[in-house]
Write a protein that binds this ligand. Structure first.
Ligand code: MRU
Length: 350
């Protein structure tokens, strides 16, 4: 029997704006925001109103396309000059997720051959819409491949929110659970709360509850105990950037789960679209790691929880070494070690 499911989504294109589900407010409030100006798009990405690598890329693409559609010039060279400045500005919003640069570059490539400002404007919007709609198909395919790896009724752990609201629909790491729910397959999912911004407790639990997936929240520090006591059979996570050798940047706390998986001899899977691979980087050591404001650690909802003057180190991502990764689930199939060779073949066709 299949379950009744509602898979939440966070991005809706309207003719004059991009409507986003404000992820800062979840789960207390379901608030939709209309983004139409460049500053609104930039702010939404920086302040995590929209977050998750694919969703950041799609939002930035709409931001660039809509900003340029408001531009008044009819001179193509002037338009392109302005396009590059807006692109650079949006590019600077968050450094780790390579999907951001990938989406903005896709728009630049699309207008290379435009012969007029009007043609460029139309192409930009069409390309942004295309990236948005293709992402849903890609995530669904990741879910199908993920379902082939994860046994029905198994117990799986995840961290952060690599879910439907972090993408166009379905998500990456959470896609097998949503699809499983549609197909009558059940999983017991343990969601790490994901300090400091709590994407696990605020977003993953909310999202999975809506699609009828059995989800249990734990604090990040409970992962080792939970894997042992609850007989977790695999860990699946998303990714923000995967280097050519398979080293993977994802939400802070991911690499400690991978180390735990090795100790407990259970598989550790990364789920990500091809747009998350950065083949210009030979290894994870050169992936830029975003450091965020100290208040994410020293305060909870504006209430101070650490003494004034406390020094803070707040990296938002970590890099999991390729040797800890059992497989990378992409829309093109599952990539297994040896990664240098197999990523080249599967992602760039090289
Ligand atoms: O800081 P965030 O919330 O944008 O971090 C998100 C993650 O780390 C996700 O796991 C990743 O972007 C994949 S989303 C499908």
């Amino acid at each position: 029997m299949t379950n009744t499911t509602t898979i939440p989504t966070s991005l809706n294109f309207r003719d004059d704006c991009l409507e986003i589900l404000n992820q800062q407010k979840l789960p207390h409030e379901i608030e939709y925001l209309k983004l139409s100006s460049l500053n609104e798009f930039y702010d939404a990405i920086v302040t995590l109103k929209v977050r998750g690598a694919p969703a950041i890329g799609i939002t930035a693409a709409y931001g660039l396309a809509m900003t340029m559609n408001q531009h008044q010039t009819v001179n193509l060279s002037e338009f392109i000059l302005e396009f590059r400045q807006v692109k650079e500005y949006l590019y600077s919003s968050r450094p780790t997720a390579v999907n951001l640069g990938w989406a903005l570059d896709s728009l630049e490539k699309a207008i290379e051959k435009a012969k007029s400002v009007n043609e460029a404007k139309t192409t930009l919007l069409h390309t942004a819409i295309q990236l948005h709609t293709e992402d849903e198909v890609i995530c669904r395919q990741i879910g199908e491949y993920g379902l082939e790896l994860l046994k029905d009724k198994s117990t799986i752990m995840t961290i952060c929110n690599a879910g439907s609201i972090a993408t166009s629909k379905y998500g990456t790491a959470l896609a097998p659970f949503h699809l499983g729910s549609e197909k009558g397959k059940n999983f017991d999912v343990y969601a790490c709360e994901t300090r400091p911004v709590l994407q696990g407790s605020r977003l993953t639990t909310w999202e999975l509850l809506q699609s009828g997936v059995n989800v249990t929240l734990i604090a990040d520090s409970m992962a080792a105990h939970t894997i042992k006591e609850k007989k977790v059979e695999a860990v699946i996570v998303g990714a923000d950037r995967i280097a050519a050798n398979g080293d993977t940047a994802n939400k802070i706390g991911t690499s400690m789960l991978a180390i735990l998986c090795q100790f407990h001899t259970i598989p550790f899977y990364v789920a990500a679209p091809s747009s998350t691979f950065d083949l210009t980087l030979p290894s994870g050591t050169s992936i830029p790691i975003e450091e965020r404001a100290p208040e994410e650690l020293t305060e909870i909802n504006g209430v101070r929880i650490a003494p004034q003057g406390t020094q803070v180190y707040n990296p938002a991502f970590d890099v999991t070494a390729n040797e800890l990764i059992s497989g990378i689930i992409t829309e093109k199939g599952v990539i297994y070690p040896s990664y240098e060779e197999n990523i080249g073949r599967m992602i760039s066709g090289g």
